[in-house]
Ligand binder design. Structure first.
Ligand code: ZN
Ligand code: ZN
Length: 134
């Protein structure tokens, strides 16, 4: 596979992935909208073991946005890096807007569309899940 690398806005946090992206979901929940300041977040689950931090461990901060769910971001520039959920050990949900290399994968679906921002209309043909896809 092509190497996947990502970094935050200030460049302090840098990582590489040792596994390809298997799935990209576009999350319209209110928390993701607020955490990203945008209409949705583009998230990809990856095994924790495939995420290798190259720099910036001291910059990473975590905010527990709901019980057991931590949103990890760069404490200097605020870029969202990934989230982790205690109910899904070993999996990180990567915020793929931070990738510096081609993702090699297109979005697969929208989810939490019941909470979509009224100012954003979905105009693609991807599946839409009103809640979290099971
Ligand atoms: Zn940063
Ligand atoms: Zn979300």
């Amino acid at each position: 596979m092509n190497e996947l690398r990502g970094s935050c806005l200030c460049g302090g946090v840098r990582y590489t992935l040792t596994a390809p992206l298997s799935e990209i979901g576009l999350c319209h929940c209110q928390q993701c909208r607020k955490a990203n300041g945008s209409a949705f977040a583009a998230n990809a689950p990856i095994p924790e073991t495939a995420f290798q931090l190259l720099a910036g461990a001291e910059l990473l901060k975590a905010y527990e946005s709901s019980p057991g769910k931590q949103r990890v971001f760069c404490g200097h520039c605020g870029s969202p890096v990934y989230s982790r959920n205690a109910r899904k050990p070993g999996v990180l949900r990567l915020r793929i807007g931070l990738l510096d290399t081609p993702a090699g994968h297109s979005p697969d679906f929208h989810f939490m569309t019941a909470y979509r921002a009224d100012w954003y209309a979905i105009r693609d043909n991807l599946p839409q899940h009103p809640e979290y896809p099971s």
